[in-house]
Design a protein around this ligand. Sequence first.
Ligand code: MRU
Length: 349
Amino acid sequence: MPEQYLPPIYWDGDEVAMIDQRVLPRREKILKFTTPQQIIKAIKNMTIRGAPAVGVAGAMALAVGARRIETNDSKTFSRKFEQLCQLVKKARPTGNNLSWAVERIYSVVVENPRTEVAELQRLIRQKADEILAEDVAANKSIGAWGKNVIPTGARVLTYCNAGALATADYGTALGVIRAAYAADSSIQVLACETRPFLQGSRLTAYELMRSNIPVTVLTDNAVGSIMQQQKVDVVVVGADRIAANGDTANKIGTYTVAVLANTHNIPFYVAAPRSTIDASIADGSGIPIEQRNPSEVTHLGGRAIVPPGVPALNPAFDLTPSKYVTGIITEVGILRKPYKRSIRKALEI
Ligand code: MRU
């Protein structure tokens, strides 16, 4: 059966097409990009978002950029391409998938030092296509593993959007929900609104509705009360970067949900591909947290909701210590504590 949501990013000939996630669910608007600078801007302004989708966008920006470097000299090409890689890497700091994808693409140049420029451009595009295809495959596998932790008829709470829109397709946390729903249509999905960008109410609800998976939206503030009333059986969220000890950076508010789940003895799962794991960082304290423009907090739909001149904090992500994480659902299986060991083993596969 064809999926009914729109893919977040795809090639349209030599152009990169994206659904504009800033205007969903009001409009399904497709934007086309022909330069890496345009794609970097689209990453920064959240036209595309979600760590794996941003990684794929970064890879595609490099494929587009490689093609636009006008030289026949491999050394000049490598120098210019390296500069571009640095620019793309900086577009968003917290998600690991972007730097992971850039490193992977850059390895093409490093591993082929005496190759002609046209061939390097072809290989870079091939690598970008591989990254996209592998992400979809990883998500399907995450779904297949993850559905086993969703009890029959469970009420599953998710946060932010870790769906098809946040990946190359299918989704991580929503991949688990998709697979669980295909096996048991009596499960119920609760999507937290996710202030301030509203990824839960705008994007998760849109995507699940498009896939005919029933979903109910709640405000972020309602989570404690709903858990207290025993109306949640399991939590599944995505991740932006996971440290070597399992500490997890994800959308601001995830930590609150994790602590509440722990207080109410509700299993709390993180679903993420291995490209989200950064084994070079020992624990969460080393993960950079993006601070976004306060106007995302002070304004809603272009209208001020805070008195003029009052400052606002807008950290885009928070850290959930691994002690609150029941399991990390990856494409190679469900990792359990102690995470230092299970993560190391997963990365060796
Ligand atoms: O700021 P965003 O919308 O890019 O944040 C997205 C999240 O925090 C997601 O949960 C995470 O990237 C995982 S998406 C599979």
